[in-house]
Design a protein around this ligand. Structure first.
Ligand SMILES: [Fe+2]
Length: 392
C-alpha cells in the first residue's frame, strides 16, 4: 500500500466545487465572482428543448446569458467545437457555462481554448501546450460519471478519422464545478449505471496507474466506496436525491483522482470501441474492467486488493493475487447488478474487428499510464477477446 522513498508527484486541482440540491441557482453569482458578464451556455438539444434544466441555468444567469449553443451531440466532434466558438465570438461571450454530460463539458473546454487563442481545435491537440489561462468556465454536470467538471482533459472525436482525440492541459480545468443533484434526477437507469461505472473506472485506474500517488489514491478509493453503496440505489430509484448526490460526489472524486494519476488500458479500450463502434464510454469501461484487471493483476495485485477492500469484498486470509482476482469478479457481478451488458459481443462489436481495435488501442494516449507496460497489440487482443466472449 505504501510508496517507495523515491516517490515524487504533482497534485493539482484548482476547481472551486459547489455542492447542493438547487446549487445550479448560484451560476450567476459564480459568474460575477469570475468577473465575467456574458456567459455562453454550452449544452445539448435534449436538455435545452425537452427538460427545464437549461432554463434554470439561464434564469440563474439573468441578463448575463450571452446565448445558448445546444448543438453538442453524444460524441462531440472537432467541427462542433469550432462552430460553438464561432457562435460564442459572435455573441461576445467572455465566459462559458457548460450544462450536460462529459460531451458538453469537453466541448466547452475546447470552445474555451478557441475563444482565447483563435484558430481551430486541431491546432491544440496534445498535452500541456497552452501557456496562459483560458476563457473562464463554470461546469454544471447533469450526469454522474465523467468527472470532466474537475479534469484537465477533453476527449473530442475526429469523425473523419474515426478517432477520439485527447486534449490535456491544466489551463482547461474548469474554474468552477456546480454539483446540483436535482439536475441528474431525470437520467434513465441505463445511463445512470453506465456513467456511474465510468466514474468507478476512473477511481480504479487512478489507484493502479503507473503515475499513482497517495492523494489520488484517497480520492479514487473513496469514489469506489461511494459508487458501490449508492449506484444500485440511484439505478433502482432515479428520484433518490441522496443517491444522486452521492454519485455526483463520487464522479467528481474520480475525476480529480484520474486528472492527476491518469487512466490506463481500460480507457484505451473504451476510447477505441467508442470511436469505432459507438459503444457508450461508461459501458465500454464497465465491460473492459474485469478483463484488464486480470491482465494487470500480476503487476499490481496489492492495489487491486485495496479495491476489493473498498468494495467490501471479504478477502481475509487471501493472497494479494487472489484478492485482486476477487475484485475483478466483484466488478463483473456489480456490472450485472446495475443492469449493464458485460461483453463486447452484446454491444455489437464485431469479433472480426478485435485485432484492429487492439492495434488502435496501442496508440491511445491512456495506455501509456497503464499499471503494466503494454507494447504488443497481441496483449490487448487477449484482453479484448476475454471481454468479447465473457471469459474471465
Ligand atoms: Fe472515463
Amino acid at each position: 500500500m505504501g510508496y517507495e522513498a523515491d516517490l515524487a508527484f504533482l497534485f493539482y486541482n484548482p476547481t472551486r466545487v459547489i455542492f447542493g440540491a438547487g446549487s445550479s441557482g448560484d451560476a450567476g453569482v459564480e459568474l460575477q465572482n469570475l468577473k465575467c458578464s456574458r456567459a455562453l451556455i454550452v449544452t445539448d438539444k435534449y436538455l435545452h428543448e425537452k427538460t427545464g434544466v437549461v432554463k434554470k441555468v439561464e434564469k440563474a444567469l439573468g441578463g448575463a446569458c450571452a446565448g445558448v449553443f445546444s448543438d453538442v451531440p453524444a460524441d462531440s466532434g472537432v467541427h462542433v467545437v469550432d462552430k460553438g466558438a464561432a457562435f460564442g465570438r459572435e455573441r461576445g461571450a467572455d465566459a462559458i457555462v457548460s450544462v450536460g454530460g462529459g460531451s458538453a463539458i469537453d466541448t466547452a473546454k475546447g470552445i474555451a481554448i478557441l475563444l482565447r487563442e483563435g484558430g481551430s481545435l486541431l491546432d491544440y491537440q496534445g498535452f500541456q501546450i497552452l501557456t496562459r489561462d483560458q476563457t473562464p468556465h463554470i461546469s454544471i454536470p447533469t450526469t454522474a460519471g465523467t468527472g470532466s467538471e474537475v479534469t484537465y482533459v477533453a476527449v473530442i472525436k475526429d469523425h473523419e478519422k474515426k478517432q477520439k482525440l485527447l486534449f490535456g492541459d491544466h489551463h482547461i480545468i474548469p474554474n468552477v464545478a456546480i454539483l446540483d443533484p436535482k439536475l441528474t434526477l431525470g437520467l434513465p437507469p441505463m445511463l445512470t449505471a453506465a456513467t456511474g461505472m465510468d466514474a468507478f473506472s476512473h477511481g480504479l485506474e487512478a489507484v493502479t496507474s503507473a503515475q499513482r500517488e497517495p492523494i489520488a489514491d484517497a480520492l479514487g478509493l473513496h469514489a469506489i466506496r461511494l459508487i458501490k453503496e449508492w449506484l444500485p440505489k440511484a439505478v433502482k430509484n432515479g428520484a433518490d436525491l441522496t443517491a444522486r448526490g452521492q454519485m455526483l460526489i463520487a464522479a467528481t472524486l474520480g475525476g480529480a483522482a484520474f486528472s492527476n494519476a491518469q487512466v490506463g488500458l481500460i480507457h484505451a479500450i473504451a476510447h477505441v470501441v467508442g470511436a469505432r463502434h459507438g459503444v457508450h464510454h461508461g459501458t465500454a469501461n464497465a465491460i473492459a474492467m474485469p478483463y484488464a484487471m486480470k491482465f494487470n493483476n500480476d503487476t499490481v495485485p496489492d492495489r487491486y486488493a485495496l479495491v476489493a477492500h473498498a468494495m467490501g469484498v471479504d478477502v481475509r486470509g487471501q493472497s494479494d493475487e487472489a484478492a485482486g482476482l476477487a475484485a475483478a469478479r466483484a466488478i463483473l457481478a456489480f456490472n450485472k447488478e446495475v443492469g449493464l451488458p458485460t461483453t463486447f459481443k452484446e454491444v455489437g462489436v464485431p469479433e472480426s474487428d478485435l485485432a484492429a481495435c487492439a492495434e488502435a488501442a496501442i496508440s491511445d494516449g491512456a495506455i501509456v499510464y497503464n499499471a503494466k507496460p503494454v507494447m504488443d497489440p497481441r496483449e490487448v487482443l487477449e484482453v479484448l477477446k476475454g471481454a468479447w466472449g465473457g471469459v474471465l
